[in-house]
Design a protein around this ligand. Sequence first.
Ligand code: NAP
Length: 267
Amino acid sequence: MSGQDFAGSVIVVTGASTGLGRAIAIETAGRGAQAVIINYANSAAEADETARMVIEAGAEAVLVKADVGQDEGCKTIVEAAARFGKIDALFNNAGITKFAPDHSDLDAVSMDDFLRLYQVNVVGAFMMIRAARSLLEAGPRAGSVVNTSSIAAVTGIGSSVPYAASKGALTTMTLSLARALAPKIRVNAVCPGFIDTPWFEKGIPAQTVERMRQGVAASTPLKAASTAEDIAGAAVFFASPAARHVTGETLLVDAGTHLGMASLSMR
Ligand code: NAP
């Protein structure tokens, strides 16, 4: 990858008010993007701050408040890119969870929890791709979709059963659409482990988050609690020219968390 990988590119990032989405927006802007469409659901002040940072990094910032769980919301986000005539990369990063970490407590999640998580995490990504398809196909190179999945998709661990299941579905959809939309669009996914973002503040006490942070830093092979910036580079790689022959791929970006099989270690 080089410093100007995204020169002249139009980038759409859903869920870019904070956390990983913000880091992706800034990373692509810093690598020469012409414009970054910054979607968010509620956090207007935080989205404004992302826009300020994107402009500082050298790109035009376009803010769009919209729910990716609604077809109209997805169309509104894509319409913001229409005046540029193309979308080079779509980062389907918006996500939600219901914190129900005791997976054995089946009553901790309702049918509505399941449906809402799928609506945003899976159907939202699908509707974004559908809305963006013609603009993703309009550029000189294959358009790129990068879905933010999770280590939950491949291990079943995570904030709740519906969350892990929704990310599993998103990973599978990545494969289906990579096949279906080739050769004009590439579709890949990153599966982060723990990322130190405002995500956990939405349902976990600060003390517990701090314990997680320290636990992850102590137990991962790379001895690190990943920041959003640690993950953004891997997501952006998929959209870069260096990954031009990569599609239908899933990349674990978890500081080695998935290797954590200490009980089988022979030393
Ligand atoms: P975050 O800082 O809480 O960001 C979540 C983003 O999603 C926010 O910008 C939020 O917007 C947006 N969002 C939520 N619902 C939306 C909707 N219906 N429509 C549009 N935007 C919506 O958390 P994060 O950690 O960066 O999460 C980003 C992605 O990484 C998610 O897909 C998450 O599942 C995934 N992930 C996170 C971790 C982790 O440990 N943090 C690990 C693996 C995967 P508002 O702020 O406006 O609500």
